[in-house]
Design a protein around this ligand. Sequence first.
Ligand SMILES: [Zn+2]
Length: 125
Amino acid sequence: MSEETSFCPKCGSARVDTSSLIGGVCTCRGCGWQGGSAELHKYQYDTGLLAGADAVTRFSMELRLLVAKDMSAAFGKFLVKWGFLPDKGIDVAVWGRYMNAIARAAAVAIVQTRDEIESEDKNGQ
Ligand SMILES: [Zn+2]
């Protein structure tokens, strides 16, 4: 069986309690969103396929997972240091929105940079 991760369609958090029942309610532990499992953004590792999202979204979701798993503590410290998050009592929904924004902005920047590199190659630079 393939491994699948579901992301909240509202805040992008991977901390979603999913219901395996058809028509069951899924709840995001980040922002409190509730909805059907069909509304979730799903990423399947074996195929790299994602339902209901474009390529940049798919790319940023994988990056989002990377940020959540490997870099969230470092980014959290950074945001606290610069005053974007409070030292104590961090709102997980706000924190999740920052992590989502970081992943999406990084994904867009990576794609744009590749475009720039490819256009430089074409121009013989
Ligand atoms: Zn959410």
